[in-house]
Every structure is written in structure tokens, then in C-alpha cells.
Design a protein around this ligand. Structure first.
Ligand SMILES: O=C(O)CCC(=O)C(=O)O
Ligand SMILES: [Fe+2]
Length: 469
């Protein structure tokens, strides 16, 4: 897991979805959206702001088209219109003037609707989510009693969960939520404590999966494998991605997070590839209070809008483009109790995700204000620390991917773990990673290819390491 301190977003307006523009250009966007919403609000006083914004975005900011749709009688039945966004399950498609209008939209056109800088698009409908994000959602995943029973157990377990602390420059900070880590066997538990390193430290509190977590794991495994095949068919042109494993996904570990109250969150990040390998798949089950899971594409550096950096101090943090999470536009996926979100193979390398602090939440009858999230993961044997490069610092190197530089975009590399530990000086260890088509490491033990930085012990700065990405 790769969890960071949440950067506080600009104080949201009642139109939660238009938060955080920071530049003059973005302010213009926000102002014009506000004016459009004010017009729509006066024309349709009974429709809530969230609903107005959803429909406005779905119609690419066209006030007339939005107003026309709102005049259609069937929209009066929209569930939860104007109420709490996370309580209602609705669909972008339900806002279309006619079903044929929406369904016939070319995908480029629809994708454009979803990538508005400075805006957050809220998606509820499974079809919208699979179409526009690297995720699939299954609502009401477990039989209701099984979900309740697992929630009860994990609320109890979460009493002993801890915040993960790490060093951020000269300060020790901790994640804004608590976590517990579970593995399948006692042997794996011992190995986790002894061999695996996370942000420079060993995990001290590791547990074995409870019988309920084991039973749910089997269900998650089956559902995820079905969804992965469907994704390959529908989105990847019938062929798995390069480096995606062709073996069925067999999770062997679970991170369980507890978010106690609306302010607990997880900042923008991608999950670490080091032990999962390239193109990992993650099955994420949510229980208790519904919260927003946000995703945004990682843009290569030269797609950066230079205006975004004008007059704005860069935030020093761990993600490589976390300084402006709104640059690519955010998509909020609403995760109600008992929903399974599949993060597909195109997620971790190309997108970042977060759980934003909430303005308000609907309490859950059993969990109160708490949300439990279980991410089932597959720790691949080929990526066990005994099989991967070791840094001269004496610990396993971390696996990362180039996301910012166009010329080397998508290439994987092993680097000094300290480059992943804010505040620590990294040594120069760097090696391009090579995989077979299934994502298994090849060529390990071979000297670093020419042109790579080599394996010297000289210290280099975090900026130098960043520059390679
Ligand atoms: O709580 C969630 O839905 C996501 C948690 C997450 O991203 C993580 O633990 O890495
Ligand atoms: Fe994550």
C-alpha cells in the first residue's frame, strides 16, 4: 500500500464538484460554471445543485440542453435529486435527452465530457464507471448478511488498527486513516515481517486472514477474474495488456483500511508495484459508510498546462504530480456499503486514486461514521524480495514506472528504496526493469544496461531521481 497525507483542497462551494481551481484560467471555468448553475437553479428551483452539475457536465456545459433535459417529466423521479450525493445510485445515461443520444455518443466525445480540468464528475452507474475509468463496480456484492457479518468483524478488528507513519522531510507524519494487513499463511506472515520493506520499514503488525476474509476472498477472486476477462474483451480489443499476467488472479493478501469519520481519507497515490509486479489487479470491497473514491489520469509532463504552475508553490510530496490533482479532471466513483470495485490492469501505472475527505456522510446503522475498505492483492512470487534486485543500501529496490517523460514513458525501473522514502537520501542504484510478456522479471542479476545510471554508492538527491521519471 502506498498511502499519503492528504493535501487539503480548496474550501468547496456548495457545488462540491467544482472545487480546487487554483489558476486564473481555472477560476474563469469555475465562475462560468457557477453562473450556468445559477441560471439553471432559477429555471429549475426544485432540482438540487449536485444534480444540476451532473447534468450540466453530461451535456458539456450546454445550459439549453441541460434545461431541456430537466423539463422532461421522467427526471422528476430521479432518486435523491439534490440530496446527499453518495446516497443515490443514478446514471449519466438517465440524464440523456433520449437513450439513443447518449448511447450513440462517440467514445471520444464521452471521454471529453469526463476530463474537464478543475471539475469532478460524479459517476454512480456501473456502465458509466467501466466506460470512463479503469475500474468496474459491482453493487450489493455479497449476500446482505455476509456483508453485515464481515463489517461487524472488521469494525472489531479495526480497534487495533494503526496509522502508518513515515518520514516526510524532517517530520514524521501518519496516514489519515488506520490500517491492518492480512496474509494467507503463517509462513507469509513471517516473511512479511522479515523480508518485505515498505517506505523503508518492516511491517510489524501483520495478521493472517480471518475465516470470513478467506471466504470473501474466494468470492472476490471469482468475480474479479470474470470482470478481467470482460475488460479484456470489451476494452483491450480481446488481448490482455503487455506485462499483465495471463494467469488467473489469485489474491493472497488484504489491506484493510478504516476511515473513522468524514475527515479520514487517503491522499492521491498509485499502489506500489514492487511486490505486485507490473499491471496489477486489485479487488476492493467497501463496507459501512459510503464514500467517494476519486481517480484521475496521470498526465505526462509535457501535457502539463503551464498556467497551472503560475504563482503557485509546488507542494513537496511523494506523488510525482500531486501538486495539482485537478489538472486532468477528477472522476468520483461512489462506493456504497457492500460494493466491489475492481481496479484493472490499466489503473496503477496510468491513474492515481484517493479517498477525499467528505463534507458530510450518511451514518451507517452498524458502522456509524466508519467506512471499512478491504483491498485484496496478489503478491507475486517473482516479486518476492529474494527474487528482485537489492539496493546497495541493503534492502529490496522498489519498482516504479516512468509516467512523466514522454520518451521513456511506460518503462519500468528498479531504484534505491530510499528514493521512495521522503526525507532519506537515495543512493544511485538504478536499473531498467525487463519483463516477459506476462510481467515476470527477466535478466535480473545482469549488470545495468549502458545508459542507465549504474550502481554506484554516491548519494544523489531526490530531484535527480525525479528527473529520471
Ligand atoms: O479506501 C479505498 O477505497 C482505497 C484504499 C487505497 O487506495 C489503498 O489502501 O491503497
Ligand atoms: Fe490505493
Amino acid at each position: 500500500m502506498d498511502a499519503f497525507v492528504t493535501r487539503k483542497r480548496k474550501e468547496p462551494s456548495p457545488l462540491e464538484a467544482t472545487t480546487a481551481p487554483t489558476t486564473a484560467a481555472s477560476h474563469d471555468d469555475e465562475d462560468s460554471t457557477d453562473i450556468k448553475l445559477a441560471i439553471l437553479s432559477s429555471l429549475h428551483p426544485s432540482v438540487g445543485q449536485d444534480t444540476l452539475l451532473d447534468i450540466l457536465l453530461a451535456h458539456d456545459g450546454d445550459v439549453d440542453a441541460t434545461s431541456l433535459v430537466l423539463s422532461a417529466p421522467r427526471l422528476l423521479n430521479k432518486p435523491g435529486g439534490g440530496g446527499n450525493a453518495v446516497a443515490a445510485q443514478s446514471s449519466l445515461r438517465s440524464f440523456a435527452i433520449s437513450s439513443s443520444t447518449s448511447d450513440s455518443l462517440p467514445s471520444a466525445k464521452r471521454a471529453k465530457l469526463l476530463s474537464r480540468k478543475g471539475a469532478t464528475l460524479h459517476l454512480y452507474d456501473p456502465q458509466d464507471i467501466s466506460e470512463h475509468t479503469p475500474c468496474t463496480i459491482i453493487h450489493n456484492f455479497l449476500p446482505a448478511e455476509a456483508a453485515t457479518s464481515l463489517l461487524r468483524e472488521l469494525l472489531d478488528e479495526s480497534k487495533s488498527f494503526e496509522k502508518i507513519t513515515f518520514k516526510l522531510f524532517d517530520t514524521v507524519v501518519s496516514t489519515p486513516h488506520t490500517s491492518g494487513f492480512y496474509v494467507g499463511t503463517h509462513k507469509e506472515l513471517q516473511e512479511q515481517k522479515r523480508d518485505y520493506v515498505y517506505n523503508g520499514s518492516h511491517m510489524t503488525h501483520v495478521r493472517t486472514l480471518t475465516p470470513q476474509l478467506e471466504a470473501v476472498k474466494a468470492r472476490v477472486q471469482e468475480a474479479v477474474n470474470t470482470q478481467v476477462q470482460e475488460r479484456i474483451r470489451a476494452k483491450y480489443g480481446g488481448k490482455k495488456l503487455k506485462y499483465q499476467s495471463s494467469a488467473p488472479w489469485t489474491p493472497n493478501a488484504a489491506f484493510v483500511n478504516c476511515y473513522n469519520g468524514p475527515q479520514e481519507s487517503v491522499g492521491w497515490h498509485s499502489d506500489q508495484l514492487t511486490y505486485l509486479g507490473p499491471r496489477p489487479i486489485i479487488g476492493s470491497l467497501s463496507l459501512g459508510v459510503a464514500r467517494e473514491f476519486r481517480v484521475r489520469r496521470i498526465l505526462p509532463k509535457d501535457e502539463d498546462d503551464p498556467a497551472d504552475d503560475n504563482g503557485k508553490a509546488k507542494t513537496k510530496n511523494k506523488g510525482n504530480d500531486d501538486n495539482n490533482p485537478d489538472r486532468a479532471g477528477q472522476i468520483a466513483i461512489h462506493l456504497p456499503h457492500n460494493s466491489l470495485l475492481v481496479m484493472h490492469a490499466d489503473m496503477q501505472e496510468e491513474w492515481k486514486h484517493s479517498v477525499a475527505p467528505a463534507q458530510a456522510i450518511d451514518p451507517h446503522p452498524m458502522a456509524g461514521s466508519r467506512r471499512i475498505n478491504i483491498t485484496y492483492r496478489h503478491y507475486r512470487d517473482g516479486f518476492h524480495p529474494r527474487n528482485t534486485p537489492r539496493c546497495p543500501c541493503g534492502v529490496p529496490a522498489v519498482l516504479r514506472v516512468v509516467t512523466r517523460k514522454r520518451d521513456t514513458w511506460g518503462r519500468y525501473f528498479w531504484m534505491c528504496h530510499a528514493g521512495n522514502v521522503p526525507g532519506k537520501e537515495a543512493c544511485e542504484f538504478f536499473r531498467w526493469a525487463e519483463f516477459d510478456d506476462d510481467g515476470n522479471p527477466v535478466g535480473l542479476g545482469v549488470a545495468a544496461p549502458s545508459g542507465s545510471v549504474g550502481m554506484g554508492y554516491r548519494q544523489c538527491s531526490r530531484q535527480q531521481l525525479r528527473n529520471r521519471e
